[in-house]
Design a protein around this ligand. Sequence first.
Ligand code: HEC
Length: 232
Amino acid sequence: MSDQLGFNKMAGAALGTLLVIFGLGEVLNIAFAYKPPAKQGYAIAVQEDTSGAAPVDLPIDWGTELPKADVNAGKQVATKCQSCHNLDQNGPNMTGPNLWGVLGRQPGTHPGFAYSDGMKAFGQKQPIWDYAHINQFISGPQAYIDGTKMTFVGLKQRQDRINVIAYLHTLGSNLPIPAPAPAPKAAASSAAPAASGSAAASGAPASGAPAAASAASAAQSSASTAPAPAGK
Ligand code: HEC
């Protein structure tokens, strides 16, 4: 009697195990069966994401962006900086150095501030804070300058950085605003409407849709892809 019970238990356990194994297999099958559509979904999402995230990598044409920047919005963004930086002329150093006139001055040289070795070294190879370098710095200070004391997460929005830099420029900076870059970018941006509007007229007859798509990506990755579809 007890032997038979034992056998039943073992048989039950074995069957149960088999059930779990096959069940697991089924579950995996289902999971894998559903993967392809899930991937397609992500592929679309990634495309949308890159268009949103691309500006981080897109070189900024300061001659075009600064004149149309929203200085008041930049002043708002700068309140984030003011927990550590004073922005007034002859203002004090705080957690960070005073930033009056920072655009155009040599990095790591404001009197009376104890800069990190990382910032001092940066100032040795980079003679001034120009638009491009300050932009990279404030987008992720610690990723950009090894060992900096600026424990600020960074401004992830491209337009926030442009606006705050435009605002900093109003604070005692004598750094000139460069002329807008005319050649490659103008061609790319005028190619975008042309491609979507009349592909044939702009001399891109073979592929209207790819031309529009690559015009968009050309705008994102700037120079490299622009000449092929749009330039000629
Ligand atoms: C948490 C405090 C903190 C915040 C917030 C902060 N900074 Fe800084 N910042 C510092 C410190 C500290 C340094 C000195 C870095 C070093 O020596 O490595 C610094 C350095 C700098 C420098 C270099 C100055 C020079 O004289 O070379 C610039 C430019 C700068 N910050 C801009 C900004 C801007 C713009 C913002 C707002 C978007 C900001 N910081 C927000 C703490 C901060």
